[in-house]
Design a binder for this molecule. Sequence first.
Ligand code: 4AD
Ligand code: MG
Length: 475
Amino acid sequence: MSKQYIKQILADAAIDTAVVVRGWVRTKRQSKNVTFINLNDGTTINNIQAVVEADTITEEVLAKINTGACLEIYGKLIASQGGNQKVEVQVENIKILGEADPDTYPIQPKKHSFEFLREKAHLRPRTNTFGAIFRIRHALSFAIHNYFNDHGFFYLHTPIITGSDAEGAGEMFRVTTLDLKNPPKTEEGNIDYREDFFGKETNLTVSGQLEGELGALALSKVYTFGPTFRAENSNTSRHLAEFWMIEPEVAFNDLTDNMDLAEDFLQYLVRYALQHCEDDLAFLDARFAEEEKQKPQQERSELGLLGKLKFVTENSFERLTYTEAVSILKNAKKKFQFPVDWGTDLQSEHERYLVEKHFKKPVILTHYPKDIKAFYMKMDEDGKTVKAMDVLFPGIGEIIGGSQREDDYQKLKDRAAQVGIEEESIWWYLETRKFGSCPHAGFGLGFERLVLFVTGMGNIRDVIPFPRTPKNADF
Ligand code: 4AD
Ligand code: MG
């Protein structure tokens, strides 16, 4: 017989049939004649209740059934006597697969802070909240592949180790096999990377875009979905040193097509979660409401979590230029911590003001000044701005960054030189503009920022199983 999992048993096992359930004890309630065990195997947020009548199992076994222990329970599925569940298991026998010492098992049935649980990242998937988050994370990954497959995109695997800096921001992790204590030196006294594993300087990628573009200029529609790495010393609730990015790249698309794709894609993903993660989202919606109650009135979200998600699927995104946004921000009554001036990058407080206070819906900002954006973006006719777009979301700020790409060989080459990118590191990228160039566009969606939005969590470290942040690479 194939193994049974709790989700299936709760959904479709017949009353009065024999069942074997396995999982981890969430709670045990004991009275004189009966013991109630709540068991969860992570297939669903819902526990199954097992009822042990007196004398069915020995005191010795009963004593070992503590929160965190792993059990195999043999019994019969019966209609539940209690109010909270439709069915329960009438226990005939219990085998303890793994004990958990109640004095040292850290995840007890009480409210733990997320900070505490981050230090127990090896066990936190066994809580309701993290179980729900990781199931939703899975559903969203699946939905991403679904969306692109249905729309004729090809999944392109771009390299993780690269010799170029796609974003030109220089925030990269070095990859080397050189002896750090005694590296080979050139005559000038610099480290001689010709002796290194790849015979050149290499890093972990900050983005798969440049290689993605090579794919788009042959297969028309491609996307990447992989880990990316940024060695910036950001300790915010929105930044990770290792995060997952989805980067579609499409030949013959211009900036408007790119915006249409981003909007349709995000709405599809949120809708998918609403349709496929009902139980988990209901749980997180209640958690979100509880959390909001702790905040001062003026900081509380007007909508609940489910309300926020539906709002995104039902309203089109506001589209305006960076220049228009700057004038809105300059005229705002709110005092910002960072001043706004044409030419400076917008801070998260500005982005959130536009989305949460001014427009009260997702916003797509376009045509940013060229100096605050990457070298590969297509220059506007005015020579000052580029065909960039950032999608801004409530509670998150920037969730997507993208652009139409510079497709003119000379302009791209000049721009790379201006910002100090060495031609020998991107000669292959430049060549696509020499041979059969065409207009094309794409964007990057930060996967964890999406999961943050959909789950209503407050910190990006809580939506990836094992977060990597400055001074933290445990687990
Ligand atoms: O805006 P970014 O830097 O754009 C790129 O990397 C382009 N190459 C994308 C493209 O056009 N193909 O990053 C894209 C998105 C951001 O909007 C944000 O959601 C996320 O990636 N992101 C991060 N997420 C978590 N931690 C970080 N440190 C992040 N940096 C960017
Ligand atoms: Mg960006």
